[in-house]
Design a protein around this ligand. Sequence first.
Ligand SMILES: Cc1ncc(COP(=O)(O)O)c(C=O)c1O
Length: 398
Amino acid sequence: MRRIYFDNNATTPLLPEVFVAMRPWLESNVGNASSIHHHGQEARAAVEAARESVAKLFGCRPAEVVFTSGGTEGDNLALFGILKAGDHLITTTVEHHAVLLAAERWREMGAQGGEVTFVPVDGCGRVDPEDIRRALRPNTRLISVMLANNETGVIQPIAEIGEIAAGAGVEFHTDAVQGAGKVPLDVRALGVSLLSISGHKVHAPQGVGALYVRKGTKLQPLFYGGRHERSRRAGTENTPGIVALGKAAEVAHAGLTRGEDARLAAMRDRLEQGILAQVEASGVNGGGVACTITNHVPRVPNTTNLYFDHIEGEPLIIALDLKGLACSTGAACSSGAIEPSHVLTAMRLGGERARGSVRLSLGKQNTDEEVDFALELIPQTVARLREISPTWRRAVAQ
Ligand SMILES: Cc1ncc(COP(=O)(O)O)c(C=O)c1O
């Protein structure tokens, strides 16, 4: 069966050129980047070349790049590496769990932890920088606001918040896991002191990532061991993963320069508009037509989050998967109950609408022809599920 993958915000396929770059480090190259012999030197050179490539993507110095195991580690290192007992943290209600649950943990740590303010977002999923300013306290040490939301693709006003953080003398972290490769990441223009990315969201493998740490930022490591990564992240470097991330960063940077983001946005917009035109009682969550006109909400070019009234997202995902189309809901299944997404709930979507939402996220490998296929399949599948939906039948009978 033909399989189409529209779940690139969950993970992206490895690019062939990324695989070619990392392959020798899996197959024949043996070096530990800390060893002083020939093999070690080769590994060190490969790691440092990758650091330069990631630094180019960030617009920073190579020494400001710390390799990690992925987005979750980068986010946790940014929070727990900066905060000291009694400190106040400002974040938002729509962060990825890697920040949200780390922040909750900080609040629960008693005397060893501190305070947290979770700033709400508007109905389009955007945080108001003035709300961040109002949340500042004398003991605020860190602000952490994501660059782009993983469920809706909505981009936060990072540069404005960066100015507020700088004015208040507060460190500023952004989780840029969903922004990398989709929008330019100029750390100076964004005004951030910390920025995390994850390899597997930019066509590198799972289990590698990077954290930008501005020169002079005092960061406590999470792990103790060797003096790797200038004592900011102990543990033997994951050379194959790091080499892959370096290549993926180079490809991402070149793609942005070439206008790959415009190609993705055109495909996403055709998909979104095509579905909305064919399916009644559907709409976009965050950004999209309604939010763009009224609030100018920008989104990353590859993501659309759509609601379909009178049906549930989970059966829709399953029905689409049976026909070969992979996408996802923001809902997490815990203890047997489907919880509506915390992001959509924070945007004040009702539980029913939040449960009837799905996310389609495109990637470099997707084609116009695949969009055509989805434009046939999705409206048909929604119509089929609505036929057996009691609330839909009642609505059309009226
Ligand atoms: C916005 C965001 N932050 C952090 C993460 C976690 O990254 P990783 O899977 O590399 O730990 C993800 C992954 O979905 C994400 O989308």
